[in-house]
Design a protein around this ligand. Structure first.
Ligand SMILES: [Zn+2]
Ligand SMILES: [Zn+2]
Length: 301
């Protein structure tokens, strides 16, 4: 198949645009979309220190490569990478992330569950099973990422979150009837490093292709503890539906954004955790943050 824009061989077909693209035109289209998302949200400004939350998987590796290309020449924006080692034997290898960063000349920092919390994810699973391990892990990883980022003077956190992730999240919240999550407004909270998602409007398969074209040695395996039955179902439903209605994932992500923008009044304020001092939403009767609650639960308090 020939590229819709030139005579070269196409490497990808975009159902939603009807275009066949060669490698060069695919890269151009991909990076234009990511840049547009950044511009539209004013995600990167002069003086920013941007940290990629680098797991070493395809999405975060791709976002590191893209941002390195975008920001590498700029003197007014700093780029770095942060990797959290949850402690999963045979899966999480922080060395892989280190090699990826160093290969691009991007400063890299790591932190581990073991050092920060005195417990690894392997031990959490051994104690509590896999049912809640994703939730625990997510809470602890976010809290640790945020703490390290603040110590490093990071002003923006870049995630490899893609269109499929975004659409799945919106649909999952709809299916759970979770109005609070759907309408929680985007806002800046003191001490909480804001997140940016340059690939928010780019389908997962194109992020994967971009990673394959540009990054060597990223991690192909998913987390061995990930269960996420609802997400797996939702992914299946969405993929099937999108085959017939190619704009669906994009529409869902835009819907999610519109809902969050319009409800400025919702939600209570933010305070700080009484124990660890990290920012947390103020809820009645709870003086400690989710991460501290999870740690209490794990330590059997
Ligand atoms: Zn072309
Ligand atoms: Zn806390």
């Amino acid at each position: 198949m020939q590229c819709s824009k030139c005579r070269r061989e196409a490497i990808v077909y975009q159902r939603y645009s009807g275009l066949h693209l060669c490698e060069q035109h695919f890269n151009r289209d991909f990076e234009a979309k990511a840049k547009r998302a950044i511009r539209e949200h004013h995600w990167i400004e002069s003086g920013d220190t941007v940290a990629v939350a680098l797991s070493g998987g395809k999405d975060s590796s791709a976002v590191l490569f893209f941002l390195h290309g975008l920001l590498g020449e700029r003197r007014d924006v700093r780029l770095m990478a942060i990797t959290v080692d949850e402690g999963i034997a045979g899966y999480r290898d922080p060395d892989r992330a280190r090699r990826l960063s160093e290969g691009m000349g991007v400063p890299w920092v790591t932190a581990s569950f073991r050092d920060a919390y005195g417990i690894t994810l392997d031990e959490i699973v051994a104690r509590k099973g896999t049912g809640l391990s994703c939730t625990y892990c997510g809470v602890l990883r976010r809290a640790l990422m945020n703490r390290v980022a603040r110590e490093e003077g990071v002003t923006k956190f870049a995630y490899g979150f893609n269109l499929d992730d975004g659409a799945q999240s919106v649909l999952m919240n709809v299916l759970r009837g979770d109005a609070a999550h759907l309408t929680r407004p985007v806002r800046e909270v003191e001490g909480l490093v804001p997140r940016i998602r340059p690939f928010l409007y780019i389908p997962e398969r194109e992020v994967a292709l971009y990673a394959f074209l540009h990054v060597e040695g990223f991690d192909l395996a998913g987390c061995p503890y990930a269960v996420g039955a609802l997400r797996r179902d939702v992914r299946g439903i969405l993929d099937e539906y999108t085959y017939r209605h190619p704009a669906t994932k994009y529409s869902l992500v835009r819907l999610g954004e519109a809902l969050r923008r319009t409800d400025a009044a919702a939600g209570s304020g933010f305070g700080v955790c009484e124990r660890c001092g990290e920012p947390m939403p103020v809820k009645e009767g709870k003086g400690i943050c989710r991460a501290c609650q999870v740690l209490d639960e794990l330590r059997g308090a």
